[in-house]
Design a protein around this ligand. Structure first.
Ligand code: NI
Length: 163
């Protein structure tokens, strides 16, 4: 099932998501729908926040041929170093791309779809994507990392296109 995606500046995107206490079938159904929604968009990452579920869950697939689905439940960045600039976009901010500075290398700890803990090291596009999606769970959008001027212009542009 495809889920509706919230769009900036929807206030619900500012909700801080709560940890998932039990990885059960309801969560696994949501994960399945989130992957369908992400691939259909198409996008390379989606946080539960973006589909109005305020729990700590993200899905990602940064592979060219869309064969490497990655699901992170209650993800936590436990190490980060270096700096990297990446031109980012977001399914909640359609048709808008800007350069954001992130950590170049991260180590993340999370639960998988079976509720088992794992750790993952990531850099480049995967590392950027994980950092971007975890931001969503904290109510942060990539545009929050831009200058106030750019944010104001984006807001004006968004208001115009919604009229
Ligand atoms: Ni996003």
């Amino acid at each position: 099932m495809l889920l509706p995606i919230l769009h900036y500046p929807d206030k619900r995107l500012r909700t801080k998501a709560v940890p998932i206490e039990k990885v059960n079938d309801a969560i696994r159904f949501l994960i399945k729908d989130m992957f369908s929604t992400m691939y259909n968009a198409p996008g390379i990452g989606l946080a539960a926040t973006q589909v109005n579920h305020h729990i700590r869950l993200i899905v990602i697939d940064t592979s060219e041929d869309k064969t490497q689905p990655l699901c992170l439940i209650n993800p936590e960045i436990i190490e980060k170093d270096g700096e990297l600039e990446w031109d980012e976009g977001c399914l909640s901010v359609p048709d808008y791309y800007e350069c954001v500075t992130r950590a170049n290398h991260i180590k993340v700890r999370a639960l998988n779809e079976q509720g088992e803990m794992f750790e993952l090291e990531a850099q480049d596009i995967l590392g950027v994507c994980i950092q971007h999606e975890i931001d969503h769970l904290d109510g942060i959008l990539f545009v929050d990392h831009l200058s106030k001027l750019k944010q104001r212009r984006l807001l004006e542009k968004t208001k115009k296109s919604q009229k």
